[in-house]
Ligand binder design. Structure first.
Ligand code: NAD
Ligand code: MG
Length: 404
């Protein structure tokens, strides 16, 4: 019997993960129907996606962008255009929706991701910042509403694939002793701190193996991405921070590993292409064709490993400290990082200022128990204020000269 067609809402559809998700969906028109698409303000991309997939709804965060999209869709086209948080809330909670791909970048994705979990949907989670900030709330919502969380971040997807029995059981019942998160090391793996001081946004975004949005690319260059992923792994797999090790693996062929108490280490391998993880999430528990080229081990030839250097990459240490502190420390760490990365991409601060902004902010915001979304949001507002205040104090008179 043919499987039922599943209705999918893709949040962040015009971004790197969104585009890859639609690529996989387009390969399986008999299994998936795009129910809704959502993005911030890129009308041209959204228009093209609407014409290709004819979703029932298109949501633009920006109201003016929604108006423009409405005007540009052909007369009588079946897609209804909505805007803002209420539009997002509608397309993740509508009863017809089976699957929500949460691929908005940054803290902005938390309310819609949480709403999808509370509505008991199958949640394909790419938006790691939502989990880093609101892990306690999100995991509680998943449990209480009976939602199914399938990790899309390639490392967590790999771990999920290597924990086959019952992903929800406690680590000791699964026999897991450690999770080994692999990191490419990013474009600055071999750079000295002095060289990193002068790194430009384009250099930071030139990832050696993966093609991604600019925010996550900068996070990969600073290793904050691995720090956020460490926190993400603790929440998804119910692990203590000490059970997660980071291993630098420059080829990005092993996407992560799980070590068991009997000495076995299971790894998931593949070419660095997010469509594998996305297809696994969409098809789970079945495997779907994704368009990813088969891995050629002979051409790959080598798999190298080294320890991360937390002196040159202090963001990894800061994230580890935040998860050990617990409470709203992770939300504060993430918020300060978002402010710092945006300022770096805007050429207002240096690459090496990013950890300084985070450390300054973490030292100043009071850390409390994240009992509700508003408590988390308050911590984020405070963190953003301290981080912005620190940015104003960072004086780099040479930067303007250098970067014109
Ligand atoms: P991106 O910058 O390419 O795309 C972001 C998307 O979010 C765009 O569609 C944008 O319009 C939308 N968006 C931004 N702000 C929004 C808002 N306020 N409201 C609604 N939509 C908004 O980012 P990306 O690289 O696709 O990453 C998306 C998420 O997935 C991030 O959390 C990232 O950490 C995670 N992730 C990405 C990759 C990857 O390979 N790109 C891998 C693992 C995890
Ligand atoms: Mg990742």
């Amino acid at each position: 019997m043919a499987a039922k067609t599943r209705l999918v809402s893709v949040l962040g559809s015009t971004g790197s993960i969104g585009i890859n998700t639609l690529d996989v969906i387009a390969r399986h028109p008999d299994r998936f129907e795009v129910y809704a698409l959502a993005a911030h303000s890129s009308v041209d991309s959204m228009l093209a996606q609407c014409l290709a997939f004819a979703p029932r709804y298109a949501v633009m965060m920006d109201e003016a962008a929604a108006t423009l999209l409405r005007q540009r869709l052909p007369a009588g086209f079946p897609t209804q255009v909505r805007h803002g948080e209420s539009g997002l809330a509608y397309i993740v909670t509508a009863p017809e929706v089976d699957v929500v791909m949460a691929a908005i970048v940054g803290a902005a994705g938390l309310p819609s991701t949480l709403a999808a979990a509370r509505a008991g949907k199958t949640l394909l989670l790419a938006n790691k910042e939502a989990l880093v900030m609101g892990g306690h709330l999100l995991m509680q919502a998943v449990r209480e509403a009976g939602a199914r969380l399938l990790p899309i971040d390639s490392e967590h997807n790999a771990i999920f694939q290597c924990v086959p029995v019952n992903a929800r059981a406690a680590p000791e019942l699964r026999g897991v002793s450690k999770v080994l998160l692999t990191a490419s090391g990013g474009p600055f793996r071999r750079w000295s701190l002095a060289q990193m001081t002068d790194a430009t946004p384009d250099q930071a975004c030139a990832h050696p193996n993966w093609s991604m949005g600019r925010k996550i690319s900068v996070d990969s260059a600073s290793l904050m991405n691995k720090g956020l992923e460490l926190i993400e792994a603790c929440w998804i797999f119910d692990l203590a921070p000490a059970q997660v090790d980071v291993v630098v693996h420059p080829q990005s062929i092993i996407h992560s590993m799980v070590r068991y108490v009997d000495g076995s280490v299971l790894a998931q391998l593949g070419n660095p292409d997010m469509r594998t993880a996305i297809a696994y999430g969409l098809g789970w528990p079945e495997r779907l064709a994704s368009g990813v080229a088969p891995l050629d081990l002979v051409t790959t030839a080598r798999l190298d490993f080294e320890a991360p250097d937390e002196t040159r990459f202090p963001c990894l240490r800061l994230a580890r400290e935040a998860v050990v502190t617990g409470g709203t420390a992770m939300a504060v760490c993430n918020a300060a990082n978002e402010v710092a990365v945006a300022a770096f991409l805007d050429e207002k601060i240096r690459f090496t200022d990013i950890p300084a902004v985070i450390e300054y902010t973490l030292e100043r915001v009071d850390i409390v128990e994240p009992t509700s979304l508003s408590v988390v949001e308050d911590a984020v507002v405070q963190a953003r204020e301290f981080a912005h205040g620190f940015l104003a104090d960072l004086q780099h008179p040479t930067m303007a000269v250098k970067r014109v």
